[in-house]
Design a protein around this ligand. Structure first.
Ligand code: CBF
Length: 832
């Protein structure tokens, strides 16, 4: 064998600095095809990523082989979104070779940061739901759980956000433009997915009535696999993303009559299916292409799951013992009808047996109660796009309602609420009801959210199936959100309590006693300051604004949405600005308000709020009378990479949604783990964060979910009265409405003012304003006492151990999936 190939083979395994350096040089030439003198940063990123990928391949195969040999029960996480972000540092960190890589690059005269920064951010998700899926992948692999992610390989991820004259403008996010070194294309893993056509009835071999779906359009789903490196590199799981490919079955009739190009064009159009991620967060769009995307990836995933199952089994009754399928929201809920179709139509199972198997295999996570986010597809659309599925849905519904009718004893209103079909107005399929009925477990994502599910959206179902709803409070991976994003703090923690916390975050509780240690407090502050300097430099680069590192970094980073109430924060900013101007001799605590977040392109109000923040920033930041004591910045293009810079630097974490509206939140967890104090309502997981960090170490304000509910139900809320009785609120609103921040267009913010006044203030911004200001004052007072502030910040970090996604995933594994860790057998030495 050529000596060079042999040497590459050995290099593949080596994890020391020399070995890494040698393989980087080889990979640059032989895989990227560049000479070191001509290589760009991007070439080096590809080189390093390919070299790192090589180091996980053997272990990846070992893992997959072990699952196969043990015929282990696998969990399949079906999600339309995986917000994985960059993978280089994550992979190096989980393999434990960050320093070795840095040194190897150093010897080549390269900076690790430059190489890391050349990686595009894989933004295959909108926000919390997609990022949760990515955290779960990390946690499953890190704990040796046989877990697969299934989703779509979007060519364009979530749009890139830029500000032009203060307005959000969307640009395509072309993360695949220069190739993706992490993925393996699998052109041989190809499944047909059908759309449209009609259903034919026939008699099967035993004379039973049966159905086949004919005259349909076909698309192929092609797999791309990305290895998911678990912490320690023991287990490497798979994220399988589907890309749409046109079939090659051309109609030669077209060819002959000269319409060949038309036929080809049609085929190519079918590849649009995996082209772009829908940019809506927790909002349903109702577009046919979206329904097709949902069915496309779900059908391909189910076909793949059944293929894997059939390697060991010839009948289906064991499917629930070998496969747990988790529906990440209702987006893949059509899978319930699809599995029924595959079992009944293609594998000739009896309906009742197929239904038993389906229900025992699926579980469903609900992520929001917002009515506008509950998917409900028009019956007519499903009938046209997925005609056989519509029949199956009708059948499921009829059987269920017939069974329930007897018990419901004439309660027709209840029956119509339970129905899979919403008959009010245009008839629609309620995907939440389908997901509920077709799953053996249904969970919410925080304790409050789960309670509200039982009381509201799924109240009738809960009455019918009292054991089905359970809670699984979200979590975040400490590997990315502390170890990787915050090296300063994580190194400090490790020097004090060892590194056990990285794989068992409950161990971070050992820091509690350090909160009273003056030296530790000093070091904790130093780490925070380092992160704040890093963020200040990033702010300067992104916005041109200089901010004081010693000001409170008051951070609200999340999607722009009225229920998340960025407006409440803006109103407080204006009120504070006025106070500072009115009282120039007071020694103010300097404040930097940091905002970041994207608005859905069609969500006009959210886009107007972005413009307002930018307009307020322009006025405040250039007003010499506030002496730089107040700065407002809105960072563009919030994504995972930006979050990794912003979150470790935050002092105050804004979690201020209207109570009852944020299902859980996970940014709240990331910020608290990184030592920010939360200012928040009793909403979502904030309630549990308060229980864990202690009521003294969090600033809670505002109405509770019950109070919000009562107030709305009473119909007696009058924002105008509240505004009239609060001069600082009135003044802030007057400034907005009279154009103090928009002299070029004084009416610009009329819709915002209208919504907060005559519009009834649905999100109760004005109702919570006074108490929010009180909580803000308390935070500012506390900040004057750095020792006490730091003590509380340390207690936040120390008490967040429970919010690890390892804990969450373990709960799913034990209480929903019944899957167990599998130890891969690596029969070679070290990494192979
Ligand atoms: O559960 C994960 C997150 O999901 C959402 O982002 C969603 O898209 N529905 C919710 O809005 C979050 O509250 C939740 O944390």
């Amino acid at each position: 064998m050529d000596a060079r190939f042999k040497s590459r083979d050995i290099e593949r395994r080596s994890l020391d600095v020399d070995g890494l350096k040698r393989s980087f040089l080889e990979w640059l030439v032989y895989s990227v095809g560049k000479d070191a003198r001509a290589a760009t940063r991007r070439d080096w990123f590809h080189t390093v990523a390919l070299a790192v990928r090589d180091r996980v391949v053997d272990r990846w195969m070992d893992t997959t082989r072990s699952y196969y040999h043990e015929d282990a029960k696998r969990v399949y996480y079906l999600s339309l979104e995986f917000l994985i972000g960059r993978l280089l540092t994550n992979s190096l960190s989980n393999l434990g070779i960050v320093d070795e890589c840095r040194q190897a690059l150093d010897r080549l005269g390269l900076s690790m940061e430059d190489v890391v920064d050349a990686e595009p951010d894989a933004a295959l998700g909108n926000g919390g739901l997609g990022r949760l899926a990515a955290c779960f992948l990390d946690s499953m692999a890190s704990q040796g759980l046989p877990g697969y992610g299934y989703g779509i390989r979007y060519e364009f991820g979530l749009f890139e956000q830029r500000f032009e004259n203060g307005w959000q403008v969307e640009y395509p996010e072309q993360w695949l433009q220069f190739g993706n070194p992490w993925e393996f294309a699998r052109p041989e893993v190809l499944y047909p997915v059908q759309f449209y056509g009609r259903v034919e009835e026939f008699r099967d071999s035993v004379g039973e009535r049966a159905y086949r779906w004919v005259d349909a359009d076909r698309v192929l789903a092609m797999a791309y696999d990305t290895p998911v490196v678990g912490f320690g590199g023991e287990t490497i799981n798979t994220l399988r993303l589907w890309s749409a490919r046109a079939t090659r079955d051309f109609n030669f009739g077209h060819f002959n009559d000269g319409a060949y190009m038309k036929a080809v064009e049609q085929k190519i159009l079918s590849e649009n299916l995996s082209r772009v991620l829908y940019p809506n967060d927790a909002t349903e769009t109702g577009k046919e292409l979206r329904l097709k995307q949902e069915y496309f990836f779900t059908s391909a995933s189910l076909q793949d799951i059944l293929r894997r199952y059939l390697q060991h089994h010839s009948t289906f009754e064991n499917l629930p013992n070998k496969a747990a399928i988790q529906l990440n929201d209702t987006h893949p809920a059509i899978g319930i009808a699809e599995l029924m179709r595959l079992l009944v139509d293609q594998h000739a199972l009896r309906w009742d047996d197929a239904w038993e198997i389906t229900r025992a295999t699926f579980a469903y996570t609900n992520h929001t109660l917002l009515p506008e986010a509950l998917e409900a597809w028009p019956v007519r659309m499903i009938e046209r796009v997925l005609p056989r599925h519509m029949q199956i849905i009708y059948e499921i519904n009829a059987k269920f309602l017939n069974r329930t009718k007897a018990k419901a004893a004439g309660d027709n209103a209840k029956l119509s609420r339970l129905s899979l079909i919403d008959e009010r107005g245009e008839r629609r399929v309620r995907m939440g009801n389908l997901a509920f009925l077709g799953s053996h477990k249904v969970n919410g994502v925080s304790a409050l959210h789960t309670d509200l599910m039982k009381q509201t959206v799924f109240a009738d179902f809960h009455e019918e199936f009292p054991d089905r709803i359970n809670n699984k409070t979200n979590g975040i991976t400490p590997r990315r959100w502390l170890k990787q994003a915050n090296p300063a703090l994580s190194e400090l923690i490790t020097t004090r309590i060892g590194e056990g916390w990285i794989s068992d975050l409950s161990q971070i509780a050992a820091l509690r006693e350090k909160a009273d240690d003056v030296v530790f407090r000093e070091e904790f502050r130093r780490a925070k300051r380092k992160n704040k300097k890093r963020l200040a430099a990033y702010i300067a680069r992104q916005t041109g604004e200089e901010v004081l590192v010693d000001s409170i970094f008051d951070v609200q980073v999340k999607r722009m949405h009225e229920y998340k109430r960025q407006l409440l924060n803006v109103l407080h900013t204006i009120a504070l600005y006025n106070e500072m101007r009115d009282n120039p001799t007071v020694s103010w605590v300097p404040v930097t308000k940091v905002f970041a977040g994207k608005a859905a392109p069609s969500y006009h109000m959210a886009k107007l709020i972005i413009k307002l923040i930018n307009d307020v920033a322009k006025v405040v930041n250039h007003d010499p009378s506030v002496h730089d004591n107040l700065k407002v910045v809105l960072l563009p293009n919030y994504n995972v990479t930006a979050a990794e810079i912003i979150i470790p630097a935050a002092d105050l974490s804004e979690q201020i949604s209207t109570a009852g509206m944020e299902a859980s939140g996970t940014g709240n967890m990331k910020l608290a783990l990184n030592g920010a104090l939360t200012i928040g309502t009793l909403d979502g997981a904030n309630v549990e964060i308060r229980e864990h960090v202690g009521a003294d170490n969090i600033f809670i304000f505002g109405m509770t979910a019950d109070e919000v509910n009562d107030l709305r139900a009473s119909g007696g809320f009058n924002p105008r009265e509240v505004i009239a009785s609060n001069p600082s609120l009135k003044r802030a609103l007057d400034m907005i409405s009279t154009g103090a921040f928009s002299p070029d267009d004084r009416n610009r913010y009329h819709p915002i003012v209208q919504a907060l006044t005559d519009g009834g203030d649905h999100f109760l911004v004005t109702a919570d304003f006074a108490d929010y200001c009180r909580a803000q004052d308390a935070a500012m007072q506390l900040y004057r006492d750095p020792e006490e502030w730091t003590r509380k910040a340390i207690l936040n970090t120390a008490n967040m151990g429970w919010f690890s996604s390892d804990r969450t995933v373990n709960e799913y594994a034990g209480e929903i999936w019944d899957v167990h860790p599998v130890k891969p057998s690596h029969d070679g030495e070290g990494f192979r």
